[in-house]
Design a protein. Sequence first.
Length: 311
Amino acid sequence: MYDGSNSLMLLPYNYYKSLREFGIKAKVFSQIIPALSTVQNNRDHRKIAVIDGRVAFTGGVNLADEYINQKERFGHWKDAAIMVKGEAVANFTLMFLQMWNFNEKTENDDLKYLKEHLESEKEIVDKDSFFLAYGENPFDKDEVAKRVYLDMIQSATDYIYIMTPYLVLDDEMIDNLTYAAKRGVQVKLLLPHIYDKQSAYLAARVDFETYLESGIEIYEYTPGFVHSKVVLVDDKKATVGTVNMDFRSFYLNFECGLYVYNHKQVLWDILVDFETSFAVSEQITLEDFRNNYPWHKRLAGSLIAMFAPLF
């Protein structure tokens, strides 16, 4: 199942029919049609792979050559995904089936996949740690993904590391991030050095001075583009998924992620990934930004950011 926005430029309009000819069950979520509709602004941004109800994957990785650096478009493409076994797999299975059956008019036996999972052997994990798969639905008004991020930011006492391709935040999120830095928490943001969208580059920098003045450290991944969506807090909490730090992910898209609590090995692996990435990145200082970022880009970014809540 893939999102219908791919049909605009990347795939033939009826590509799902070609897949069906190979015996693959294929669907398009909200195929783009030539008509003005606000519903078409709500896209399926989730990345979910479930195998036999026993293993699930999520993260930033789509099925395209640049995600494995087979094709280079914006320098080195840095991404992240996570594999999970056990109880959390059922949540990913359910999220997938909800999307798959959104336009089904007849009954089916898809719930058998959940039953098979529940009857399968359970994975044994550290009893003091847990994993929670969560989904964001733009129509339920719960803002689940944003609340996961806010909970992690507000509870931090030592550090907050954030890896994201886009940084266009509302006032509530900005206030929480800057307050965390002001109360002594080390806040470090890892962003791309080479952007895939000029508009995202300009909009992200609108609030750079606010971040830097509060003590937040900003790094740009020098080798290329960061597409990872990862947050790590205090060696204790992390989330890996599809949620970008922008209005589209928090309010408009269907998203998903895996919340990790107190699993030492997984958290250590995420920490190593952050530290390795920071080591090859360039830090943006307040002085450099004020002296070297031109006024016309500031103006363009401000104009773009005005419309960010709509797009």
